[in-house]
Design a protein around this ligand. Sequence first.
Ligand code: CP
Length: 304
Amino acid sequence: LQHLLTIEGLPASILTHILDTADSFVGVTEREVKKVPLLRGKAIFNLFFEPSTRTRTTFEIAAKRLSADVVNLNIAVSSQVKGETVLDTVDNLSAMQADMFIVRHSQSGAAHLIARHVKPGIHVINAGDGRHAHPTQALLDMYTIRHYKKDFRRLRVAIVGDVLHSRVARSQIHALTTLGVPEVRVVGPRTLIPTQVERMGVSVYHDMREGLREVDVVMMLRLQNERMHGSFLPSPQEYFKHWGLTHDKLKLAKPDAIVMHPGPLNRGVEIDSSVADGPQSVILPQVTFGIAVRMAVMSILAGN
Ligand code: CP
C-alpha cells in the first residue's frame, strides 16, 4: 500500500493484516498501547480542513507511539486563509521533508487529489473526505467488532440513520461485506438512504424495529446536518421518535448485541443517553482501539 484512501477494492487479506497488526500494538490490556521506534525520524502532517476530535487526536497519539514527529497544521491560522491552494500548501510542507499526510476535507476526493500530486515515497491517509470515505474509522469499527464478536462470518449487523450523507457508512459497508459478514442491513428513512445502496450487497429497512430484530451489532450514525444544504432536515424530536436508539428498541436486537457510534454523538437525536452510556455501548472502546488501528495503518504504509 502506498496510500490509504478508501476501503473499496481492498481485499480481505489486507484488512485482516491491518487488524492483526493493530493487535500487535495492543499491550497486556486493550487500553495499553506500546511505544515503538518504527517511525523514528519520520515527519507526519495532520491536515484537517474540517473539524475533528477523535480522528485527529488519535492519529497524533498513534504517530507519537510510533516515535514519529507530528505536526498539526492549524488551518484556521495558516496561509489557506490568504488563498493558498491545498496543493501549494502540500508542496510547501513536502519541502519541509514530510513523509506522510493525514487529510480530512469537506470535499469528496480531496485526499485522492493530494495522493496523485505528492512525490513517490510520500504517503497519504484519508481521514474523511466529504460524503465519500473514512477508511480508518471503518477499520477501527471492524477491530471493535472482531474484539467483541470474534467471527465476522456469523454476524447480522445493522447500520442505522443518515446513510445518505455518511462517509463512515460507505466505508463500513465495504469493510463488512469484504470481511464476510453475511447480513448487513441499512436502516433509515427513505430520504436518508441512497437509492442505489442495495448494489453494495446490503438489505434496506425503513422500519427501525424490523431492522434491529435479532442483530448482533447496531452501528448508529450521526445525523449530518452540516451536509444537508436545505434538503430533508427533520426536527430532532421527530427524528428521535422514529430513528433514535432507545433502550426499548435495543431490546429487539440480540441480548448481547453491541452498540457502536463513530462520534460525535447527537444525544437525544439518534441515540438516547441511557443507551450511549449503557452496558451494551462500546462507543468509547471504539475510540481507544482507534489508536492501535491508526498505528497499524501508518506503520504498514511506511513499509514496516
Ligand atoms: N468519528 C470521527 O471521525 O470523529 P471526529 O470527527 O471527531 O474525528
